[in-house]
Write a protein that binds this ligand. Structure first.
Ligand code: FO1
Length: 313
């Protein structure tokens, strides 16, 4: 059994790679819910949708979020009515938020709804929110605390970050299926996908039960660096590091996860960081980590699995 922890675009890509390599019974994809928010009265779960759409082969590659072959009639009509236009909801994507909100309203949990929606889209693998309870990432900035989507979309990641609050994480119950997976003897590896450590993985690691399980883990835990040559493949991770007074590097990723990971996968471009990372007691796999297509996603998943067997022996 492999447990992957994912958020955002990089997470969805590598999760898809693992879905190509592992059978549904051997893979559990734990997904960040800190980006979730209510908009137009709808419960929107961007990271769950990114993973679900990627595994369904329906995601829009250029945007990195939402569905391909989208239309925008709803947004055009919202604009005509003077409604909020900062967060774009495609007509087909809108159905996902409507149906999720309807099912939640009937008393289903977020994990039950996620199973229902992903199976309806033909996804065979298990996609799970890391908790059925509410966790919301707040970004502390020079001009106050912002909700995640306000910071990320409305303000286009421009405000300088000072820190993060993972509201609700300290009381959130880890999803039982993830708790069982991490504690089970046939867990082969835990993989932290190349997602933003602060706003995609941070909210997951802030769940006490999961952090505890990672510290006392029996299977190797491997992270894949989302930083290559000091830059984030996508998103504000490098900018956040600089604003927090950190160097934007894979070494900073190693320090961030120190104590929770046994191995870090870094790109060939960062081979020179291998020595410093090893000094932190973290083994490294140096390989190509960019995933321009599904073949690259699958190849990286295979290399991470081989790396985990090496760490286990
Ligand atoms: N990101 C944007 O930059 N602009 C948008 O208008 C936008 C709309 C959107 C709608 C649904 C959805 O699931 C995601 C959407 N995203 C948008 C991306 C979203 O903010 C990010 O995927 C995550 O929250 C961070 O990875």
């Amino acid at each position: 059994m492999i447990l992957t922890l994912a958020g955002g675009v990089g997470g969805a890509k590598l999760a898809n790679g693992f879905a190509k390599v592992c059978s549904p019974d051997d893979l559990l994809i734990g997904v960040n819910i800190g980006d979730d928010f209510i908009h137009f009265g709808l419960h929107i779960s961007p990271d769950l949708d990114s993973v679900m759409y990627r595994l369904a082969g329906l995601n829009d590659q250029e945007r990195g979020w939402g569905l391909a072959d989208e239309s925008w009639n709803f947004m055009r009509s919202i604009a005509r009515l003077g409604g909020p236009e900062w967060f774009n909801l495609g007509d087909h994507d809108l159905a996902t938020h409507m149906e999720r909100t309807r099912l939640l309203g009937l008393g289903k949990t977020l994990s039950e709804v996620t199973v229902h929606l992903s199976q309806a889209l033909g996804v065979k693998h298990h996609i799970a929110p890391v908790s059925n309870e509410k966790i919301r990432t707040k970004v502390k900035t020079a001009n106050g605390d912002l909700s995640f989507q306000d910071y990320f979309v409305r303000m286009r990641c421009e405000p300088e970050v000072r820190g993060f609050i993972y509201e609700g994480a300290e009381h959130a119950r880890l999803l039982p299926s993830i708790e069982i997976a991490v504690a089970s003897s046939n867990l082969q590896a835990i993989v932290i996908c190349p997602s933003n450590p602060f706003v995609s993985i941070g909210p997951i690691l802030a769940i006490p039960a999961l952090r505890e399980l990672l510290i006392t883990r029996t299977a190797p835990c491997i992270a894949v660096s989302p930083i290559i040559e000091g830059k984030a493949v996508k998103g504000p991770a490098a900018k956040m590091m600089r604003e927090l007074g950190l160097r934007s590097s894979s070494y900073t990723i190693a320090r961030y996860y120190k104590g929770l990971i046994d191995g870090l996968v870094i790109d060939r471009a960062d081979e020179n960081e291998q020595g410093r990372i090893s000094k932190e007691g973290i083994q490294t796999l140096v390989t190509g980590t960019l995933m321009p297509d599904s073949q690259a996603e699958e190849a990286l998943a295979r290399r991470v699995l081989a790396f985990s067997s090496k760490l286990r022996s």
